[in-house]
Ligand binder design. Sequence first.
Ligand code: NAD
Ligand code: UDP
Length: 310
Amino acid sequence: MRVLVTGGAGFLGSHLCERLLGDGHEVICLDNLFTGRKANIVHLLSNPYFEFVRHDVIDPFKFEVDQIYNLACPASPRHYQYNAIKTIKTSVMGAINCLGLAKRVRARVFQASTSEIYGDPDQHPQQESYWGNVNPIGIRSCYDEGKRCAETLFFDYHRQNGVDIRIARIFNTYGPRMLASDGRVVSNFIVQALRGEDITIYGDGSQTRSFCFFSDLIEGFVRLMNQDETTGPVNLGNPGEFTMIELAEAVLRLVGSRSKLVYLDLPADDPKQRQPDISIAKGALGWEPKVSLEEGLKETIAYFRNGLQG
Ligand code: NAD
Ligand code: UDP
C-alpha cells in the first residue's frame, strides 16, 4: 500500500514510518518540522519507497494513497502552548484536510487522538465511553479541544460521507527520539538525571500518569488500522500507573544519579490522574503493552546518554 503519515518526522511518526516501510509499504512523510527533525528520518531518505514532503497540514494537500495516519500536531505542553492558535488550527484544519483527501481517494484515515480528551478525569481508569472533564478556555484547551473537535470531524465525515476512519486515544508515550528540550516529564527527568541537575517535580508529585513505550504503541496503531471490527475511539496506553515521584525515583535509580528532587508550581489544569482502560484494545485488536516501565526507561536513558555525549 501507499501510506501517508502526517507528522512523520516527529517522535512517534518517525517510528511509524520505519515500521510501515518494514512491513513493505510505500511511505510519504509530510511534516513542517516544527517539533519533528530530519535527524529522525535521515536513515530512511535513501530508501526509494520513502518520500519526505515539507508541508503544513493546515494547507491542503493531495496524494494518491490507500491509508493516511494523521499525527501532525505538537504533543508536549511546552510546544503546543508556544503558539496556541496554531495548535488548534493544526488539529482542526489538519483533520479537515486529511478527511477531505480520504474522502476523495477513498483512503482509510487514522487520527492520533489523546487521553487529553478526558481532561482532568473524574472516572478512573478512563473508558472510551467517558465524555471527559475538559476546561474549554484554559492553557491546555488549544490542544484538548482541538483534538476533541478533530474526533467530531472524523465521526461527521464518517456518518455523512462514509469515510473509513480509525481513532486511537493515546496515553503518555515515551522513548528514543523524544526531544531533550520538549518539556515532557520522561525526557525532562532523564536529561536532568544524566546532567546531575535537580529533578523538577511540578506540584507535590502525587499526580499519576501511565507510561507506554513507543514500540507497543506503534503495534497498536498498525493493528487498529488494519482490522475491520472497530473505528474506535480505542484507548492505547500502558495501564501501569505511577506518581511523578515514583517516576523520578525510577529514573534516578536506573541512571545512577544523585540529583535532588525540587518542587515547583503545578501548571494550570494539570490532570491529577490518568490510566487507560484497555479492554476494547484487548478485545478488538488482541493488543496489550509488553514493555515494562523499567525496560522502556533503560532504552530511553541509553538513547539520551548517547545524544548528550555526542
Ligand atoms: P512530536 O511533536 O514529536 O510529533 C509531532 C509532529 O507533527 C512533528 O514532527 C511536528 O513537526 C509535526 N507537526 C506539527 N504541526 C504540524 C503542522 N501544522 N503541519 C505539519 N506537521 C506538523 O509528538 P509525538 O509525541 O510524536 O506525537 C505525535 C502525535 O501523537 C500527535 O498528534 C500527538 O498529539 C499524539 N499523541 C502523542 C502522545 C504521546 O505521549 N507521545 C500522547 C497523545 C497523543
Ligand atoms: N511534570 C513534572 N516535571 C516536569 C515535567 C512534567 O512533574 O519536569 C509533570 C506534569 O505536571 C504532569 C506530568 O508530569 O503532571 C506529565 O507531564 P507531561 O508534560 O509529560 O504530559 P501531560 O501533562 O500532557 O500528560
